[in-house]
Design a protein around this ligand. Structure first.
Ligand SMILES: NC(=O)c1ccc[n+]([C@@H]2O[C@H](COP(=O)([O-])OP(=O)(O)OC[C@H]3O[C@@H](n4cnc5c(N)ncnc54)[C@H](O)[C@@H]3O)[C@@H](O)[C@H]2O)c1
Length: 251
């Protein structure tokens, strides 16, 4: 029986790349995201064996996604939490609405997707990979709420790794730097003061590569996620692996 991976945010830049990486190695992919039409398109294209549209900010929705997956595939071998949102701005003017969406999608949904998946992962001795961020390893200016959400995901993942180790379930996070996805474009469009190129240049200026600095490609993140779900990495749990061109390595 081919293994099954559940991917949240499967219609996003990193989610789609993770979907393609697992499918290319014969895994059965079950996807979830907000847009039912987009998911139907993925299924019609044969990229996923099943999908369930949900706003996963509520624990009940997370449980529904896992129930739909088990009804469709009967097993779960890996959970990859890719759903996420970006909001930025000074703390003194940051709205409660923005704070809530960042914490609810990035942290709460990740927590409750893990929670809902644990019984099936225990049976398969499977793996969880949570997409965190370089912003979970160090502070990013103007992004306190996002940093709080990702720092929490990184440490939550370590705590869960300890809880699930006796059951043979591994739990790791992957922390990318700036990845060329719709999220990055959204950031530049919404927060770039009308100059997306200047926004991008400011991000790249943090990179130690100097003039050769470049954004990370979603496929690079997907390769690392896939690697962490292999039995050859059975000694890796509770880790946070940076894939950020050295941005979080120091100044
Ligand atoms: N792109 C980057 O530079 C970057 C860097 C570091 C970490 N990350 C993290 O990687 C993950 C994937 O980001 P991406 O760049 O692919 O972003 P993206 O915007 O391309 O995709 C995010 C996906 O999450 C889905 N989503 C958002 N809210 C949801 C909700 N309430 N319920 C269900 N689905 C929801 C969106 O519909 C979207 O398809 C996120 O957790 C993000 O924080 C991204």
């Amino acid at each position: 029986m081919q293994p099954v991976v559940l991917i949240t945010g499967v219609l996003g830049g990193i989610g789609q790349a993770v979907c393609e990486r697992f499918a290319a190695s014969g895994w059965r992919v079950f996807g979830t995201d907000l847009d039912a039409t987009g998911l139907a398109g993925l299924q019609a294209a044969g990229k996923v064996v099943g999908a369930h549209a949900a706003d996963i900010r509520k624990p009940g929705a997370c449980r529904e996604v896992v129930a739909a997956l088990l009804a469709s595939t009967g097993r779960l071998d890996a959970l990859v939490n890719c759903a996420g949102v970006w909001r930025e701005g000074p703390v003194e003017t940051f709205s409660e609405e923005d704070f809530d969406i960042v914490l609810d999608v990035n942290l709460k949904a990740t927590f409750f997707m893990c929670s809902a998946s644990i019984p099936a992962l225990r049976e398969s001795k499977g793996a969880i990979v949570n997409i965190s961020s370089d912003a979970g390893r160090q502070g990013n200016r103007n992004a306190a709420a996002y940093c709080a959400s990702k720092g929490a995901v990184t440490v939550m993942t370590k705590a869960l790794a300890l809880d699930l180790a006796p059951d043979g379930v591994r739990c790791n996070s992957v922390s990318p730097g700036d990845v060329e996805t719709p999220m990055l474009k959204f950031q530049a469009e919404r927060y770039g003061n009308g100059d997306m190129s200047a926004y991008y240049q400011e991000l790249l200026a943090k990179y130690p590569q100097g003039e050769a600095a470049r954004f990370i490609q979603p496929g690079e993140v997907a390769d690392l996620v896939f690697f962490l779900c292999q039995s050859s990495t059975r000694s890796i749990t509770g880790a946070d692996l940076a894939i950020d061109c050295g941005v979080s390595a120091g100044n």
